[in-house]
Design a protein around this ligand. Structure first.
Ligand code: DQA
Length: 148
């Protein structure tokens, strides 16, 4: 099956962006790790990073249209603002796991609210780049069990 991995604004800066918060692993390294794990499990990955909200919305639409099974998304700051992204997942029914490198609940109050968390399969936060791999592992298990 195809698994969509979406990354929101500023995640292209990963590795040099506030490394004390986000770590030193780059998005390309994350992409490589996930692609290898997905391939080993017989799945394919569609991996994107977009700074624009509408581009993320369109990735969700297009993925659902071509039958993508499920998604992992780190929506970046749109986590805390985007009703449009929420509606894209509600409108397509694409199942997804929300991932954050940092733990938003240990940070500023404006990061405590997520417009996606209550409609996600689950949320992984605060575990750095490992969070993406753990989310992928969970989706691979669910695909094998036919529960996603
Ligand atoms: C983030 C947390 C968000 O609050 C922030 O705006 C980001 C990254 C994370 O991965 O920890 O851009 O989603």
């Amino acid at each position: 099956a195809e698994i969509l991995v979406l990354n929101g604004p500023n995640l292209n800066l990963l590795g040099r962006r506030e490394p004390q918060i986000y770590g030193t692993v780059t998005l390309d390294e994350i992409r490589a790790r996930l692609a290898a794990r997905a391939a080993a499990a017989g799945h394919t990955l569609a991996f994107h990073q977009e700074n624009a909200e509408h581009a993320l919305v369109e990735h969700v639409h297009r993925a659902a249209e071509r039958g993508t099974a499920c998604a992992i998304i780190n929506p970046g700051a749109y986590t805390h603002t985007s009703i449009a992204l929420r509606d894209a997942f509600l409108g397509t029914g694409l199942p997804f796991i929300e991932v954050h490198l940092s733990n938003p609940h240990a940070r500023e109050p404006f990061r405590h609210r997520s417009y996606l968390a209550d409609i996600a399969l689950g949320v992984i936060a605060g575990l750095g780049a490992d969070g993406y791999e753990l989310a992928l592992e969970a989706l691979i298990r669910r695909l094998a069990a036919g529960t996603v």
